[in-house]
Ligand binder design. Structure first.
Ligand code: UD1
Length: 437
């Protein structure tokens, strides 16, 4: 262990050494959306022949999802521009705990397994750093579709020889529950309506993928989704949407370093909340084409209030990234996190870099400071770690970001992409270990 100041940080783990204060320039390519790719991989279990997913990001989480699918009899082949998944021989109903516990998104397998095989035994994914993350909305929805569900020894055991369409109201527009139930309903008897459904772009991407496989789904992207069950889904080829959270990470990296960069491909409509907030605090965003935008930074930014909400509200996944910028913006800001109960892991670390942020309950009060100073910091979850990288790009001196096992779950080649834009950063240390979430 390395002693740095009053904290201890592991020196044998991978870490990013960032020299702050350098401007960025040029264009960055945005990868496929992690959260779409993960659920679409599970969705491919619904088809009884080959699905080909393109624009799949090369991430630790994708590798874990592939292992989970292989463990239940699915063929997963990495090809030059995508992943081929064939679930014709889907034969096991119980993805192993050792794998599921490494990746929450693997719980998505429950809907397709139940729809295809009539049985699913999927370990409860458990909580993670950002919150308890229960799955009772998934379970109640599956029960509404006619499944018998019991939870025994930490395993959700679901049984339904044939699911039946139903009217389901979600108490909260959960992204995961909407996706689980939409997948399950594609092969059910009759019509399912999911009310108070999540409207996130990744839900729409899943619906479009299922439609390409032959599913009948109407209204995805609104708060009421109707699914008319069909007898079977067939294989298809599909391009995953660009990752709106990765895009916003680069927007914030540019804003905080007062740099002008272009991003492509992006879907501007998926970034509405981020663009509105960046423009409100002083940056300018120029659309340069249907899938390309340019950020023009301000000399100084003004503080602002943010409240995270389900889509189309301000995304919880962008909260930490904006907090890094607000930490060096003029005046006071108030950030309220309403989606997850424990998503301020970046705050103590930003404060170690000289930020002035106080947390009370689910609110963070930020008093803007003129600059941040480089320091060794520890990422506690995926987006908290990304926020520390963003902060490090602007901080005076060297920032050493630990906790890269989190970062690598969700960012493809982040240090290479930032390096190509002109950032001065280097990865050192051992190989990243898997982490649960
Ligand atoms: C997905 C995203 C995650 C994003 C989140 C919100 C994936 C793999 N992950 O997570 O990056 O931050 O959407 O946009 O797509 N809840 C319940 N009971 C349930 C289900 C959820 O109480 O049965 C609660 C959760 O604990 C949380 C809130 O609802 O407080 C939102 O969760 P949800 O929308 O389900 O997020 P995920 O699908 O887990």
């Amino acid at each position: 262990m390395l002693n740095s100041g009053d904290s201890t940080y592991p020196v044998d783990q991978p870490r990013l050494h960032i020299k702050g204060g350098y401007s960025l320039a040029g264009e960055v390519r945005i990868s496929g959306a992690k959260n779409s790719a993960l659920v679409l991989m599970a969705g491919a279990l619904l088809a009884d022949d080959t699905c080909y997913l393109r624009n799949v990001p090369a991430l630790a989480d994708i590798g874990r999802m592939a292992e989970i699918l292989q463990a239940i009899g699915v063929t997963v082949k990495e090809q030059s521009d995508g992943i081929e998944i064939n679930a014709q021989d889907l034969n096991a109903t119980n993805p192993p705990y050792a794998l599921v516990s490494q990746l929450r998104a693997s719980f998505f397998a429950i809907g397709p397994l139940l729809a295809r095989l009539g049985v699913a035994n999927v370990p409860l994914p458990g909580g993670c750093a950002i919150g308890a993350r229960p799955v009772e909305l998934h379970v109640r929805g599956l029960q509404a579709l006619g499944a018998e569900v019991i939870i025994d020894h930490g395993v959700v055991q679901a049984y339904a020889p044939k699911l039946k369409g139903a009217k389901i109201y979600l108490d909260y527009p959960s992204v995961g529950a909407t996706e689980t139930l939409m997948m399950a309903a594609t092969l059910a008897d009759g019509e399912t309506v999911i009310d108070n459904a999540a409207q996130e772009p990744e839900v729409v991407d899943l619906a479009n993928f299922c439609i390409a496989m032959g599913a009948k789904i109407y209204g995805a992207g609104t708060n009421s989704i109707t699914i008319v069950g069909v007898d079977r889904l067939h294989g298809t080829e599909y391009d995953i949407i660009p990752d709106r959270i990765e895009a916003s990470t680069f927007l914030l990296a540019a804003a905080i370093t007062h740099s002008e960069i272009s991003l492509a491909p992006i879907i501007p409509g998926h970034l509405t909340a981020a663009i509105a907030k960046l423009e409100e605090i002083g940056a300018k965003i120029k659309l340069e084409g249907p899938q390309r935008l340019r950020i023009i930074p301000a000399e100084t930014y003004s503080g602002s209030d943010i409240e995270t909400l389900p889509y189309p509200g301000f995304p919880t996944d962008m909260q930490s990234l904006f907090m890094s910028l607000l930490a060096v913006s003029k005046g006071n800001s108030l950030v309220s996190e309403t989606v997850f109960e424990n998503r301020f892991g970046h705050v103590p670390e930003l404060n170690r870099m000289g930020a002035d942020i106080r947390v009370k309950g689910n609110h963070a009060v930020i008093r803007g400071v003129p600059f941040l100073s480089g320091a060794p910091v520890m990422g506690t979850d995926l987006r908290a770690t990304a926020a520390l990288v963003v902060a490090g790009l602007a901080a005076k001196g060297e920032t050493i970001v630990h906790g890269l096992q989190h970062l690598d779950r969700g960012y493809e080649a982040i240090e290479i992409k930032l390096g190509q834009l002109g950032a001065k950063l280097e990865r050192r240390g051992g190989v990243t270990q898997p982490v649960k979430c």
